[in-house]
Write a protein that binds this ligand. Structure first.
Ligand SMILES: Cc1cc2nc3c(=O)[nH]c(=O)nc-3n(C[C@H](O)[C@H](O)[C@H](O)COP(=O)(O)OP(=O)(O)OC[C@H]3O[C@@H](n4cnc5c(N)ncnc54)[C@H](O)[C@@H]3O)c2cc1C
Length: 440
């Protein structure tokens, strides 16, 4: 059935269900979908009514049972927090420069450079700094090792990086794609709609994901800390030593740490509550369940024995045979070091993150239904939020009251005041005391 872009607009964007993943712009054969300043898709030319954008969009419809069958030949189990997993590994690249430049242990960048150098891929879709505005993020088709390295590090703000599929469409070869769970839901739909484009995807590297921020989040933090946009040479979401925090390198080489967002404890990330993208609040996939490999932070102190010493590493869930081959080849060729984690052992912290993400989704599903607003259809019932769920989600409800411009200004002013610095120091002390945590 032919569908105009207006269908996507009416059923997803106007309903508040757009994930701003960029898949619609990437898949559009006419290349006429662009973004507004907040990264919501807009039509910039003549729509050919092919319907590709609506059919690949993960905003309003993600068929989890069908994805489980198609990707893993398995039955979807809504109670399984980790998703279908064949093995868990913890590892890092041998190249120390790549390892220490990464968000966790640099494994994603290490594997991508390995795949490119060995000719297994011709490029990778990653997220780098916008060349014109280094404090903004942008999807990049990296075709050199330098490009891949430049895009290391996690960007915790909405970036419709799947728009880069447009470039892949015009190129020959095979490409790796680094993507968040919502983006992977869209990418997997492409197989049915545009098999030629889908056939160019060599592998999908997913990132565990608790939430992304609206694009203004880190800009308002910069403003509160007195950093001017024009002075920024580089913005890191995880800079200043692992695990890191928002961090600016100024053009005059001085640095400004914006770590105060952790003032209330790492479990309550103020930024995700003040600036979290609303569609993220309805997402239930915390661990990129339909990637070939999904990557997250490895919290060594969560593990006993020899694992507790493995700091500055990335945790990886291997979900497909293709993912296993990539890991084994890279290991055999001496590009990465991997430690197998016996059984299903992603860390307590990671499981708590997924649990919290699903609790949040139940609460926001309920809230939207009560207002007669649409919710995404995941093709299995989302249980109604309980009183306990609401209690667990209370920090979102409370800080949610400050999401307006004035409220954000007040919270930012507190965070960047001496009170914020004091709370931040207290939190660091708490981390070290209670978690036997030592950063480097
Ligand atoms: C929004 C977001 C939320 C996350 N939440 C969690 C969490 O709750 N728990 C957890 O354990 N891990 C989380 N992660 C993953 C974690 O931060 C690391 O990205 C992951 O462990 C890989 O680390 P690395 O050092 O191996 O990757 P690196 O070697 O640093 O490479 C990271 C790769 O990801 C790409 N990338 C960065 N940001 C994005 C983005 N927004 N969209 C698509 N690609 C991107 C980069 O371009 C780079 O290629 C999150 C990541 C993001 C981007």
């Amino acid at each position: 059935m032919k569908k105009h872009f207006s269908e996507l607009h009416d059923t997803v964007i106007a309903q508040g269900l757009c994930a701003r993943c960029g898949v619609c712009a990437g898949i559009c054969p006419a290349g006429v979908i662009d973004f507004n300043a907040e990264y919501f898709p807009v039509l910039k030319g003549e729509c050919i009514s092919c319907g590709f954008c609506s059919r690949c969009c993960p905003g309003a419809d993600v068929n989890f049972p069908a994805l489980s069958r198609a990707v893993n030949d398995t039955r979807y189990d809504p109670g399984d927090l980790e998703g279908y997993t064949e093995n868990n590994f913890v590892g890092h690249p041998l190249d120390n420069e790549v390892r220490y430049a990464g968000a966790s242990g640099g494994l994603v960048t290490g594997l991508l450079t390995y795949l490119l150098e060995t000719g297994k891929i011709d490029g990778a879709v990653v997220v780098g700094p916008d060349p014109d505005h280094p404090y903004r993020t942008k999807g990049v088709l990296a075709t050199t090792v330098e490009d891949i390295k430049k895009a290391a590090q996690s960007k915790y703000c909405v970036t419709p990086s799947m728009e880069v599929l447009q470039k892949i469409r015009k190129k020959k070869g095979k490409f790796a794609i680094v993507a968040l769970p919502c983006q992977i839901h869209g990418l997997r739909k492409i197989a049915e709609v545009d098999p030629k484009l889908s056939g160019k995807i060599a592998c999908i590297f997913g990132l565990y994901c608790t939430c992304t921020m609206n694009p203004e989040g880190h800009l308002e933090a910069m403003q509160a800390a007195g950093v001017k946009k024009e002075d920024v040479a580089r913005f890191d979401f995880r800079g200043g030593g692992w695990p890191g925090g928002m961090h600016v390198v100024n053009k005059n080489k001085s640095t400004t740490a914006l770590h105060v967002q952790e003032a209330f404890g790492t479990v309550i990330n103020v930024m995700f509550r003040l600036f979290g993208a609303k569609r993220c609040y309805l997402c239930i996939d915390g661990l990129a369940e339909y990637a070939d490999l999904s990557f997250g932070d490895f919290w060594a102190f969560d593990y006993p024995d020899e694992y507790s010493k493995l700091e500055r590493c990335t945790l990886v869930s291997q979900r497909t045979p293709q993912g296993l081959k990539i890991l084994r080849d890279a290991e055999a060729d001496g590009a990465v070091i991997l430690h197998h984690l016996p059984g299903k052992r992603v860390s307590k912290r990671i499981l708590a993150m997924v649990q919290a993400k699903r609790t949040r989704a139940r609460v926001y599903f309920r809230a939207r239904k009560r207002k007669n607003q649409l919710v995404p259809d995941y093709h299995f019932p989302i249980p109604d939020a309980t009183f306990h769920d609401k209690k667990k989600n209370v920090s979102y409800a409370l800080l949610g009251k400050f999401r307006g411009p004035l409220g954000r200004k007040i919270i930012m002013a507190i965070l960047f005041s001496p009170i914020g610095s004091f709370l931040h120091k207290l939190n660091r002390k708490r981390q070290k005391t209670f978690s036997d945590y030592h950063d480097n």
